[in-house]
Design a protein around this ligand. Structure first.
Ligand code: ADP
Length: 633
């Protein structure tokens, strides 16, 4: 038992409880997991949209290059003078067109637009004249996260005064800007004498990466103020600014985009180097509103996610320039997830906002509740299962012990009468007893012992039949008063021979029942036999047969003695198979523990019962109750 219990505890109970404990612990992370899952899903959406926006701008860039080539096909130099006018007429995105003639190593001449072209052109010249004429450097942007083979190291790094950062070295990978920087390095190395890098502004420095204008919350509900250094790092913009002059910026490239912030406003420019006249650069400053109009259709969530999220294109101040759900309001600076568009639109983001943020908490709550309930049910099932197993193990063990006792008890019970029968029959057979009175007494003992043996064997056989469900009853109308009378008459000589006073109160009238007379007689004999066995020297037994009318008519046969009685806590147990309240060893009374089990089973098969009550003044009172089926039944 101990071994089985140990194996059960080690192999089943402990692992189950550990698993349940782990499951309970994981409940706490449900909301985080759900948010993480959602953020991964929506992040894919914003990543794809940001890529689409970049691709769209690249397509427009290509269109611009083709247009520039077309306008310059006949006479590039003349086209350069009229480029502003021409491009604005043919390309709605153009706000101002410009052309730059390159000469020498670092000289540029801005051919177009002229200040007379209008206020827009005048403003453009004020903002960009120096930069496009290669007289001053300007801040440009590149994506610090681009991956690739070519690497350029930005040297002479210096601190951006606004960002208050320490000097740093930045790795720039495989981008046109990287090539620009490489060529710029070359220039500064080969022309040290003519170009003083400090004074001419040829110092390329990477300012410290700017903090993103937004703070995505996906999968991380911690507020902005409590961010760890790692989180702060994640929130740095991947688009980093660097100072460059126009010549260095374009390098040997054929076309490109230029993003500048002027008076805190983004200015986007495309430029193209003519194929047949590489010293001519045609460019255009784009009308940002029209660019945004062109992007409006792109900034849409997938149809199946439309009810869940609203996507928006945010400018560098985290203000939405276009959103997928009109009228949607949110804290724009704290999207659920967002992706930077890249160097074409520096610090612009594609952001996704939850349409119903409470639904996520609710879903997490429901998942938590369901899982919690499931765990509770499982733990309960494990608990109940364990209890049932332990209980059934206990019952089985008890039964096994009782069976062993039963075998030894029955062997003993068989042996005792056999010994008596053998001894007295030998005495008689050898003619050693000559007195007739003694002979009669010995013969009576032999008869009584043979009857006891028969009772025991009958009980064992009956029990085995009952256990296998093979016990058959011969139900027929019979008079229970007569059955009781016959049983008493059979047993009386034995009792009286042993000095018992046996009072028997039987009614004169018949008590008709429907039943198996022999089986009912067996119950009475078992009860009388027990009364004798457990008399404890008080040789006084009585039997009463009474008819009762309430609640339904039944007959009650009481067998009373003045013996040891049954201990109170065993009153019901004595009807269990093999159970003995009086242990053979301590009491010296032999028994199989089957008599009352069989008696109750027979009584119940007749619709009645056998019950025990302690008797007032000491002793036992066993009552057999059988329903009366009808006077003529
Ligand atoms: P057994 O063969 O042991 O007598 P029974 O099933 O007839 O088996 O009885 C079960 C137990 O009930 C007995 O072992 C005894 O402890 C108790 N018992 C039965 N009859 C009496 C009685 N008349 N007085 C006291 N105890 C009794």
């Amino acid at each position: 038992m101990k071994k089985v219990a140990l194996v059960f505890v080690v192999a089943v109970l402990v692992p189950s409880l550990v698993l349940a404990w782990l499951a309970v612990r994981s409940l706490r992370d449900q909301q985080f997991l759900l948010e993480r899952q959602q953020s991964l899903l929506y992040q894919r959406v914003t990543d794809a949209l940001a890529k689409n926006v970049s691709n769209q701008l690249a397509t427009e860039q290509q269109k611009f290059s083709q247009l520039a080539e077309m306008l310059a096909r006949k006479n590039p130099r003349e086209a350069a003078i009229q480029f502003d006018n021409q491009i604005r007429q043919r390309w709605p995105l153009a706000e101002v067109g410009f052309s730059v003639t390159l000469s020498g190593i670092a000289t540029c001449t801005l051919t177009c637009p002229t200040p007379t072209a209008g206020p827009e052109a005048q403003r453009f010249l004020t903002d960009n004249g120096g930069f496009l004429g290669n007289q001053e450097s300007a801040e440009v942007y590149w994506n610090a996260n681009l991956k690739g083979g070519n690497q350029a190291t930005v040297i002479n790094a210096k601190t951006d005064p606004q960002m208050n950062a320490a000097p740093q070295q930045v790795q720039v990978e495989n981008s046109s800007v990287a090539q620009v920087l490489q060529s710029a390095q070359k220039i500064s190395q080969t022309n040290q004498s003519s170009l003083n890098s400090q004074s001419a502004g040829l110092n390329f420095y990477a300012a410290k990466t700017k903090q993103r204008a937004v703070n995505p919350q996906g999968g991380n509900k911690q507020v902005v103020d409590n961010q760890s250094p790692e989180q702060l790092d994640n929130n740095l913009s991947k688009v980093v600014p660097a100072e460059a002059e126009f010549r260095q910026l374009i390098g040997d490239e054929t076309d490109g985009m230029l993003a500048r912030f002027l008076q805190n406003k983004l200015k986007l420019m495309f430029w193209h180097r003519l194929n047949n006249d590489p010293n001519l650069i045609f460019g255009a400053q784009l009308n940002l509103n029209r660019v945004i109009d062109g992007l409006r259709d792109l900034v849409q969530a997938d149809p199946e996610l439309r009810d869940e999220i609203c996507v928006a294109l945010l400018d560098d101040n985290a203000k939405p320039v276009t959103i997928s759900r009109s009228g949607f309001q949110s804290n724009w600076k704290h999207p659920f997830v967002s992706t930077e568009v890249g160097e074409a639109l520096p610090h612009w983001e594609i952001a996704a906002y939850l349409v119903n943020p409470a639904s996520l908490t609710q879903a997490a709550h429901t998942a938590k509740l369901t899982l919690g309930l499931l765990i509770a049910v499982l733990v309960l099932a494990i608990g109940v299962g364990s209890w049932l197993i332990v209980r059934s193990l206990g019952v089985e063990l008890k039964l096994a012990r009782q069976k062993t006792d039963f075998v030894s008890n029955v062997s003993h019970e068989l042996k005792t009468p056999l010994t008596s029968i053998r001894m007295f029959s030998e005495l008689l057979a050898e003619g050693r007893v000559t007195e007739p009175a003694k002979q009669k007494s010995y013969l009576q003992i032999i008869t009584a012992e043979a009857a006891r043996l028969t009772r025991l064997i009958n009980n064992v056989l009956d029990f085995s039949r009952m256990e296998s469900g093979e016990k058959k009853y011969n139900f027929q109308p019979c008079d229970l008063a007569e059955v009781a009378r016959n049983a008493a008459q059979t047993f009386r000589p034995h009792l009286e021979a042993n000095g018992f006073k046996f009072d028997c109160a039987l009614p004169d009238a018949a008590i008709p029942v429907r039943g198996d007379g022999d089986a009912l007689s067996q119950i009475i004999v078992n009860l009388l036999s027990n009364a004798e066995k457990y008399s404890n020297g008080q040789k006084e037994i009585s039997m009463q047969v009474n008819r009762r009318e309430s609640p339904l008519p039944y007959v009650e046969i009481k067998v009373l003695d003045r013996g040891t009685g049954v201990p109170r806590d065993c009153a019901e147990k004595i009807f269990e198979k093999f159970y003995r309240a009086h242990d053979s060893l301590s009491s010296g009374i032999q028994g199989s523990g089957l008599g009352l089990t069989i008696a109750r089973q027979i009584a119940r098969a007749h619709g009645g019962d056998v019950v025990y009550e302690s008797r007032e003044g000491g002793g036992s009172c066993f009552s057999l109750r059988i329903p009366i089926r009808g006077e003529t039944a």
